[in-house]
Design a protein around this ligand. Structure first.
Ligand code: F6P
Length: 183
């Protein structure tokens, strides 16, 4: 069996401010996680010559991968966080206050809700298809460093969870853990 390790990026500065989306760098806490992850990955994959590290194209995942040495790194746009469109950079409170209808529609059907000029969970699930095909095809271990919405969808695929559960999978609390699947 070969492992697929899924992890979120280290905490970003926007995470600290409660802002969604964006392309900010890591917070101090995020940098601690970055170092811990590098240690973990180097130990876990020490004997693997062909493992690779996959990130999104956003700084917070690329930085999280930066201290991991000895493995090729691949950036996938398909691993970028859900595009929050006109809400990018806002806090949930701001959305609730300034765009209450949007806030309510999302609450009612988070799976299908599409941010104006952005994406829905269903859109994210669809754009992940090539990533999943490539993950299945790889024989070597892969470490995927990505974002909450994307990881929910990938996790659901490998753990065989139903579609309707995807937007509600608890990931925030899992930022300090590594999920691993064997295929
Ligand atoms: O808050 C961090 C974040 O990655 C945002 O960038 C993104 O919009 C959000 O999580 C996705 O989670 P949810 O679908 O629960 O809002």
């Amino acid at each position: 069996p070969r492992p697929i390790l899924l992890t979120r990026h280290g905490e970003s500065r926007d995470n600290v401010r409660g802002r969604i989306g964006g392309d900010s760098v890591l917070s101090d806490t995020g940098e601690i996680y970055m170092k811990k992850l590098a240690n973990f990955v180097e130990k876990r994959l020490k004997s693997e010559r062909t493992a690779s590290i996959w990130t999104s194209t956003l700084q917070r995942t690329i930085l999280t991968a930066s201290p991991i040495v000895g493995f090729p790194k691949i950036q996938w746009r398909a691993l970028d966080e859900i595009n929050a469109g006109v809400c990018d950079g806002m806090t949930y409170e701001e959305i609730k206050k300034n765009m209450p209808e949007e806030y309510e529609s999302r609450k009612k059907d988070k799976l299908r809700y599409r941010y104006p000029r952005g994406e829905s969970y269903l859109d994210v699930i669809q754009r992940l298809e090539p990533v999943i095909i490539e993950l299945e095809r790889q024989r070597a271990p892969v470490v995927v460093i990505s974002h909450q919405a994307v990881l929910r969808a990938l996790y659901a695929y490998f753990a065989d969870r139903p579609l309707k559960e995807i937007p509600h999978i608890e990931w925030r609390k899992k930022t300090e853990s590594y999920l691993s699947f064997s295929t």
